[in-house]
Design a protein around this ligand. Sequence first.
Ligand code: PGA
Length: 252
Amino acid sequence: MRNIIIAGNWKMNKTFDEAGNFLKEISDFVKGKVIDNIDIIICPPSLYLEMTTDFADNKIFIGSQNVSNYEYGAYTGEISAKMLKSIDIDYCIIGHSERRKYFNESNQLINEKLKILQKFGIKPIVCIGETLEERESGITEKVITSQLKGVLKNVTINQDVIIAYEPIWAIGTGKTATPSQAQEIHNLIRKWLLENYSMKIAEDTSILYGGSVNPKNIKELLMKPDIDGGLIGGASLDIVKFKEIIRIALEI
Ligand code: PGA
């Protein structure tokens, strides 16, 4: 059985104190509860990663929003997988559409990042997703498949690789893919894993949905058989909404 994963991607938001207060509140919220079936992952800005690991336990995990594709050396401003590992970071988002769009990240670069994360034992959360234009011209399937092929090229998957389907038109726009639209693509991804890896990998791999997830739509999304959790931007910044999402997930 795959655990439900509720992952918050804070992007470039929150001050140091706000980040600490949020983590403290989530950690207090989670403390008294039996949370066997849910993993909570918080991905704060890099600057706060070390501080936030103080709140990590067997329910709350910390993820980075990015990693360098280089292992070490003269790459000003970059953060390596080895550095992340040295402060016990468990997860790392790669391939987010904002990084693809604003920082020109290609499938090949994301593939390099994935391999370096695996080398250092950090679990990659690999984002894929189509633009509105691609969806409207009926090539969603083709785009998703080619992103999978590119980012997973020569990658041996174990159950530690998480895939996040994030339709670009649904990110930060308030437009969510309907649970059925999301399920359709999640199922396509799982079938692709079956064809290209194995039944076991297809069954064990967590596939998250991202794009305007909020307390109102999380339940219906999580009820779908191939949706294993959410990668949540806007609503993960708001403690009330984020706690509500966890509470709803707990009831599933
Ligand atoms: P959103 O962002 O929830 O604000 O749409 C999701 C994401 O970018 O991961």
